[in-house]
Design a protein around this ligand. Structure first.
Ligand SMILES: Cc1ncc(COP(=O)(O)O)c(C=O)c1O
Length: 399
């Protein structure tokens, strides 16, 4: 580990260079990269049970590498990628009931959430953003950057946005209600249909970073409780949505998307980009990775809906298995898992997480309520679950 390939030398003007004067051989660089890689944990080990990303599908990796040099931020030079982007946005729109989808491929849901808030601020001219306390922390970044006023509201008994709190908070200065379809901690879904009935002209942004690639397939499998239906653009008041192919979409990092309902043009982030090949730049990021677009296109067209149904069926089966085994250890789930995220109550999750980390397991935790959290991504295979459970049992017994 840490074979150093940097060396300090000084220029005649006293600048300290850390980059070597003479380059090193390909082999030496490769050794250094191998060293660095050995410090990373592979998803394929099955030991990462607290991440919302996973090994990208090989088709996505291959496609990504083919498009690795082109910059979608200068689209006149890569009209081929632009065409792929449109097709991916259309496919994503089809998954979430958006018949005439507009949108952009971005670096992830953080950027999508920031951009959605920009649109809401521009369109409404208002300042408040209502969001449930279960929202991903990217909402705070967006609010801060956009100089909005945060209105954090509580949850109901099922850990979903509280309709009572929402009704108490709505007023003439609300620019956006930020709702979540697939919360980071518990994977639950806010009552978006009911929110739509209350907001009047306030736009709803749905953060479906995780759930966007799970809920459509769960619905098709008939594995969603009725309470969670009506979370997408079928709700008229939903105007924007974040969706991350680099999570359950099995695409390469960084691949996120912002979907927009038609008619939001006035609020669109658009600045002149006179020295590029197209006159207007529409995204927060300038340079954008074509590889990520090609990767998402490749995996989505290769797997098709049947492929994703199989992925979702399999992770849900493993989630059910894990829940059964954890119940045998007297660990109670915080909620019945809606998707492939399972949290179980524990009064000292930090120390369990640390003990498990010492044994090479990466599990996650929640602070309120105190719980251990498992994300059962496609790389989490049955043997890894069984091995993890053996260690967990010992850790819980204090061995
Ligand atoms: C619900 C939700 N929204 C947003 C994000 C942020 O996504 P990214 O890290 O791709 O920006 C996450 C990440 O886990 C998430 O779970």
């Amino acid at each position: 580990m840490n074979r150093l390939l940097i060396s300090i030398s000084r220029s005649p003007h006293g600048r300290a260079f850390l980059m070597r004067k003479k380059g090193v051989s390909r082999e030496e660089v490769a050794h250094r990269l191998d060293d660095a890689m050995s410090g990373n944990v592979d998803f394929s080990s099955g030991r990462i049970m607290g991440s919302m990303c996973t090994s990208p599908h090989p088709m996505a990796v291959e496609a990504h590498m083919r498009f690795v040099e082109s910059n979608l931020g200068n689209p006149g030079l890569c009209e081929g990628t632009l065409e792929l982007e449109r097709e991916v946005i259309k496919m994503l729109g089809g998954l979430v009931n958006l018949p005439d989808p507009h949108g952009h491929f971005l670096s992830g849901a953080t950027e999508a959430n920031i951009t959605a808030m920009y649109i809401a601020k521009k369109l409404t001219g208002r300042r408040k953003v209502i969001f449930p306390r279960s929202a991903h922390f990217s909402v705070h970044k967006a609010i801060d950057l956009m100089n909005m006023e945060p209105v954090k509201i509580g949850l109901d008994d099922d850990y979903r946005l509280s309709m009572d709190d929402l009704e108490d908070s709505l007023d003439d200065d609300v620019a956006m209600v930020f709702a979540v379809a697939g919360t980071t901690e518990l994977g639950t879904v806010d009552p978006i249909c009911m929110i739509g009935d209350k907001v009047n002209d306030v736009p709803i942004h749905v953060d479906a970073a995780f759930g966007g690639f799970v809920l459509p397939f769960l619905e098709e499998l008939g594995r969603v409780d009725e309470r969670f239906l009506g979370w997408d653009f079928s709700v008229e008041e939903v105007s924007t949505m974040a969706m991350d192919p680099h999570k359950m979409g099995l695409a390469t990092i960084p691949s996120g998307a912002l979907l927009k309902r038609k008619g939001l043009e006035k609020g669109t982030l658009a600045v002149p980009s006179p020295y590029l090949t197209m006159p207007i730049s529409y995204t927060l990021s300038g340079t954008r990775a074509s590889g990520a677009v090609a990767g998402a296109y490749a995996v989505m067209t290769h797997l098709g809906r049947e492929g994703y149904l199989e992925v979702v069926r399999s992770v849900m089966d493993e989630t059910t298995y894990l829940m059964k085994r954890l119940l045998e250890l007297s660990m109670e789930p915080v909620i019945d898992p809606v998707m492939n995220i399972l949290a179980v109550h524990h009064n000292d999750p930090i120390s369990v997480q640390e003990r498990m980390r010492e044994r090479g397991w990466f599990i996650s935790r929640i602070e309120d309520p105190k719980a251990l959290r498992f994300v059962i991504m496609p790389h989490v295979f049955r043997g890894a679950l069984d091995d993890m459970l053996k260690d967990l049992e010992e850790v819980l017994r204090g061995v």
